[in-house]
Design a protein. Structure first.
Length: 161
């Protein structure tokens, strides 16, 4: 029963040493790869960010994962992210394959029911986004757009003069 809470100092020492070294490698990789690696600009970017965190966690807590193998996995994720973004900047076709296009969900205060249904967005979610921007109701918005990264952008109607 005691082993459930403490299995010895070796595991703790390994976690500390491997954690510091792996963290330093991850920071170096992210610094070299640029800001885009953690940008969350689209679903692919989000997946890479989550995978980096998951891999880092596995390196820290699973003694069966050697640090060199874990660092190689982190490097692979960063290199693949770089390659995909490099290709998407140079090829419109590849970019369309990787990232989704923004979608108009509300126009001139009127919900676009088909787009909302296809994107699984409720009127309440749109209204919440409008309120967050200072609007009171759907009519307060000129447009609401579901962006490629999953956020809702609101363009408020100009106030009556």
């Amino acid at each position: 029963m005691a082993e459930m809470f403490f299995q010895g100092w070796d595991g703790i020492l390994r976690t500390l040493v491997v954690g510091v070294l792996t963290y330093a490698c991850l920071v170096l990789f992210l610094r070299v790869s640029g800001k885009r690696t953690l940008a969350k600009l689209n679903a692919f970017d989000l997946v890479v960010t989550v995978a980096l965190g998951s891999t880092f966690s596995a390196i820290l807590v699973q003694q069966s994962v050697p640090m060199a193998q874990g660092v190689a996995a982190l490097a692979l994720l960063v290199v693949m992210q770089f390659a995909v973004t490099w290709a998407s900047v140079r090829s419109g076709r590849f970019a369309r394959l990787i990232r989704s296009e923004p979608r108009l969900l509300l126009r001139h205060g009127a919900p676009c029911a088909g787009a909302m249904r296809a994107e699984r967005i409720t009127e309440e979610e749109i209204l919440s986004a409008i309120r967050a921007e200072g609007g009171r109701d759907l009519a307060a918005a000129e447009a609401v757009i579901l962006e490629s990264d999953g956020t809702l952008s609101v363009v408020l109607s100009p106030p009556p003069s």
